[in-house]
Design a protein around this ligand. Structure first.
Ligand code: GUN
Length: 303
């Protein structure tokens, strides 16, 4: 039997409609338009697409997007000076520096320089610390999107065995923390696996909810999944795949695939996210929500 699809695209559209209304309400009440500064350094093609998507998504919900495109060879000092300027600018509520940064720029130093109140990615150590203590200021966009997606489909996490494959600061680690939180969307028993994990399939087969965030095309195979499990695929990998065209000729096409071998795993899983149309649209959606929340935070009356 084939798994049910967790429709990230549709869920994202619904949430974006809600955010649009919330933004309009905020603007009417405060006369302030939430503004997000997006900084892209270099010409990485995938990053250019992601950043353009963020820009378009902002426009659609009424969040102002301020794009800063800097050349590949930008010195760290120049990037840090831009961040300092954006930190000091009261009309900018959120700051996102697109990763990865070119080699030679100290990523940690740059992320640490962002005002934690404007850190819509939730990558700043202060925001990571707040999340790990269960009192988050911002929730990291991809894990937050996954949590909302599971909630929309009323997938219970309480007491469930969650296995996250991948220990990145952007997805794996904060995903584990979110599932560990007390309350709705949390209360799970969490295992984070990585490239040094022994007997990985044995562990992934125990998962009621399996999150794949490894960055390896079609890494999760059917025999790594418990029958009926919920499988969430964070991967976005471009590969050359052989297909047969209408004349019966074989050719290689460039295809976007996830970290899960979708065609095989969907025959075992109970629920699965597709790629594209799964987690991706939710990440951008949660960024919009964080931008609105950053504006709310910065315009709230001081306590
Ligand atoms: N690069 C890939 N994913 C992300 C993300 O969520 N935030 C930023 N800033 N860069 C990324």
């Amino acid at each position: 039997m084939s798994a049910n699809i967790l429709d990230g695209k549709g869920t994202a559209e619904q949430i974006r409609a809600e955010i649009k209304e919330e933004v309009a309400k905020f603007v009417a009440e405060t006369k302030i338009q939430p503004a997000l500064a997006v900084v892209l350094v270099g010409e990485d093609p995938a990053s250019q697409v992601y950043v353009r998507n963020k820009e378009l998504a902002c426009e659609k919900v009424g969040v102002k997007s301020l794009m800063y495109r800097l050349p590949q060879e930008t010195p760290s000092e120049e990037l840090l000076a831009l961040i300092a300027k954006l930190n000091a600018d009261n009309s900018v509520h959120g700051i996102l520096v697109q990763l990865p940064l070119p080699k030679g720029i100290d990523e940690k130093k740059v992320l640490d320089a962002i005002d934690p109140q404007k850190d819509v990615d939730a990558f700043h150590p202060e925001n990571v610390g707040l999340l790990s203590q269960g009192r988050p200021r911002f929730l990291p966009c991809t894990p937050y999107g996954i949590q909302r997606l599971l909630r929309r489909y009323e997938i219970e996490t309480k007491g469930k065995r969650v296995v996250v494959v991948g220990r990145s600061d952007i997805v794996g680690k904060p995903m584990g923390l979110l599932f560990l939180q007390k309350g709705e969307g949390g209360d799970a028993t969490v295992t984070i696996c990585h490239s040094r994990t022994e007997n990985l399939p044995e562990i992934t087969r125990q998962a009621d909810i399996l999150v794949a965030a490894i960055g390896k095309a079609e890494f999760v195979k059917a025999d790594m999944v418990k029958p009926g499990a919920v499988v969430v695929d964070v991967g976005m990998n471009r590969i050359a795949k052989e297909t047969t065209d209408e004349n019966g000729e074989k050719k290689l096409v460039n295809k976007l695939v996830g970290d899960v071998d979708f065609d095989a795993v969907k025959e075992v899983a109970g629920w699965i996210t597709p790629v594209p149309g799964g987690v991706g649209p939710l990440t951008v959606t949660m960024l919009l929500l964080n931008a609105l929340n950053a504006a709310r935070l910065q315009t709230a009356a001081p306590k």
